[in-house]
Design a binder for this molecule. Sequence first.
Ligand SMILES: [Zn+2]
Ligand SMILES: [Zn+2]
Length: 410
Amino acid sequence: MATETILLVDDDPFIRQLCRDILESAGYKTVILADGSNLHATVAAAAPSLILLDIMMPGIDGLTLCRQLRTGLRPFRGPIIVFSAKHYRADKQLAIEVGANAFLEKPFGPDRLLSLVRDFLARKISVRFWGVRGSIATASRDTVGYGGNTPCVEVRVSGVDDIFIWDGGTGLRELGRSLRLLGGNIKGYLCFSHFHWDHIQGLPFFEPAYIAGNDFTLVGPAQPTADLLQILSGQMASVYFPVGLEQFGAALSFQEIGEGIVTLGGVHFDTLSSLHPGRALIYRLSHGDKRVIYATDNELPKDWKTTGGAAAHELDRFLRFFQGADLLIHDAQYTPEELERKRGWGHSSWLDALDIAIAAGIKNVQFFHHDPDHSDNFLDEIRESAQQRVAASGGTITCGVAREGDLLVI
Ligand SMILES: [Zn+2]
Ligand SMILES: [Zn+2]
């Protein structure tokens, strides 16, 4: 493996020497600057894998440099770790807002620095399914194998403490229980694809939301009829639920988004509108060169494989967005026969999900949003049919049926 280069900018000669010693003895190449005046040219020339930035420096401070690195003509896409001698929460928050991935407080020991750097350079993304069922939770014996909870996917990114969650279906309750084991306060981003019941009903049962000291940002597609707070507190109005959203003890903030780019906790997401009744989004998370896509509740256009016109335009949109991703979690609610009876309901067949994944060069596709009527045996048959189709086509794509509790590390 090629030696990775780490760029450090710090005005303190002691820290410069310390970091150089620690990083070089661990096998990394270092490029060291005493201030930010020559930073952009150095980044262009040295192509570092990771940048360490001090906050307090004469001339341009670290946070300004960080923002410049993220927003320039050729933004730096790798991890940025900011360090500071001051223990101000506001500094940490600000660092994340300007695009840093992590904040390291001085003084730090060699182990802390190295584990953070290694975590980032490993660029791992772990994905755990907490709810994979579509439309309505099922509690029958026939579905317990793949699971009956509605959509909820936990995503962790190496080097980042914050938790990312796609959708708040009933699986969110189980995810919340799993977080009991974590010490300290939890900071997370709960990103909704949209607000149909099956994607929000776990929120009132999400235990960490009731705990003071935790901090959650609720993110979702802007709707023309109501804002995010109205939508999410609406399902907790007294006529529906005994406890109101105002009784959550965690700090909550709301972020409405559309199609485009959004950075959450220093992690880069792209979003694309899905084909589904109402406004719904597909998310693509990037970490280093790894990409994971969450495309639930998406009805691929009819006859997209054969016709031109609108279907071709939509197809192109999806193909470009999905292209080459490491993992695609895609709506596969129906069989091809069921789909013909349920056109316009906003869901795809497993066959369409598989074929678009193959066409887009996806490495691993996981069928998601299983129909409540599909038993474990039925889903096993779908998996076998899909794998036979992959084998017959000579492809190398990994293809699976998402199962509650499964962990995938990308
Ligand atoms: Zn749904
Ligand atoms: Zn939906």
